[in-house]
Design a binder for this molecule. Structure first.
Ligand SMILES: Nc1ncnc2c1ncn2[C@@H]1O[C@H](COP(=O)(O)OP(=O)(O)OP(=O)(O)O)[C@@H](O)[C@H]1O
Length: 352
């Protein structure tokens, strides 16, 4: 994709998106509602024309090529299976008429695909005789059975419960890898994007904010937007004003590089100690703030504690053993390497 853009009248749904996806790579498209994820996917599928830029598949310009002539498979959030046909027949039909595959070969391919998705035993059931998750597996199987070079998935698991989503995403990724498919996977769920993507493309208001590995996205976010969109809870960001090398805001002052307008720290980068001058790390911490515990949430192996500070509420991730009572006065501290600085326009200072 080179400089891809799409305007709907006055609405700029997509602006100047450039990215290349390697064969066999899975890229997660992540962004809030209306950020242009579906528009980008629809352009790739040929369901929408770009109003700027070029789309190339293996070097071949796709402009003007209709959907059915592109080597792409689409998985939508709302699947439409033929209700009167069995799972096996739904897949077989798609292969025979979509791919013009001989019957015996289509049936064999359909069976193989259902087996790979763990629903071989349901081959003879009609959609009404299956659970939502099983139906979604059939729909995914129908799209993937074609072995298209490019697989486009638009929120393929929305509508399923959390446990099933996690199970299914593991299976989908395993299947995509096994087939060697190149895939774009749209989701607004940051955890899902980080889990499925070899790289994650973060979109905001039609612009590509960052395209990087999940580790880079988390550890070196390109912007404040990315930093606060990814992570659960996301990065804490404190606004301040910089003078004489120090960024100061309500209740804090921290040494900061030129241009800094805000400082960010992940919940796990903050330490929590009983209030007092000696609190915090042995070096005293680069950032220190006093506050009061508001709530403490037990999340499996860890706790997330929300602390009200003069700079606003901050989330702190601590071990499960460190229970703290609401109302407790605490001091928060963070070491210098845990800090991320942002300029006034939201870009991370030091980002490439
Ligand atoms: N056919 C259309 N006509 C006019 N505006 C459109 C059309 N399709 C999309 N848009 C606008 O383009 C922008 C991007 O929409 P898009 O559906 O790509 O976002 P999205 O990130 O997929 O959102 P969601 O997660 O809600 O599906 C939105 O502002 C949307 O209102």
């Amino acid at each position: 994709m080179v400089g891809l853009g799409r305007d709907f009248g006055p609405v700029r749904a997509l602006a100047d998106v450039t990215m290349s996806v390697a064969p066999g790579e899975i890229v997660a498209l992540l962004g809030p509602s209306g950020s242009g994820k579906s528009t980008l996917l629809r352009i790739c599928a040929g369901l929408e024309e770009a109003t700027a830029g070029r789309l190339l598949f293996g070097g071949a310009d796709q402009a003007g090529i209709p959907p059915h002539q592109r080597d792409v498979a689409l998985v939508f959030q709302h699947y439409a299976l033929y209700p009167h046909l069995s799972a096996l027949d739904n897949l077989t039909l798609a292969l025979r008429y979509g791919r013009k595959m001989p019957k015996a070969q289509a049936v064999a391919r359909a069976r193989e695909t259902l087996d790979m998705l763990g629903i071989g035993a349901l081959a003879r059931r009609r959609p009404a005789q299956m659970s939502g998750g099983q139906r979604q597996r059939v729909a995914i199987g129908r799209a993937l059975a074609r072995r298209a070079r490019v697989v486009l998935l638009d929120e393929p698991m929305s509508g399923l419960d959390a446990k099933l989503r996690v199970e299914l995403r593991v299976e989908i990724v395993a299947l995509l890898r096994r087939l060697g498919s190149t895939a774009l996977f749209v989701t607004h769920d940051q955890a899902e994007a980080m889990a499925v993507g070899d790289r994650v493309a973060v979109l905001d208001a039609g612009r590509l904010e960052q395209l990087d590995t999940p580790d880079e996205i988390y550890d070196r976010p390109a912007s404040r937007f990315v930093a606060t969109f990814v992570g659960s809870p996301p990065m804490n960001v404190l606004d301040g004003a910089r003078a004489d090398g120090v960024l100061a805001g309500p209740g804090f002052a921290v040494a900061a590089p030129a241009g800094a307008a805000a400082v960010g720290v992940r919940p796990e980068g903050l330490r929590l100690a009983p209030a007092g001058p000696a609190a915090g790390s042995p070096d005293g911490g680069a950032l220190r703030l006093d506050g009061t515990v508001v709530v403490s949430e037990r999340l499996g192996a860890e706790r997330v504690v929300y602390v009200q500070t003069p700079a606003g509420p901050l989330a702190v991730r601590i071990g499960a053993e460190g229970a703290v009572q609401p109302g407790t006065a605490v001091t928060l501290s963070a070491a210098a390497p845990a800090l991320t600085f942002f300029a006034g326009d939201g870009t991370r200072i030091g980002a490439a």
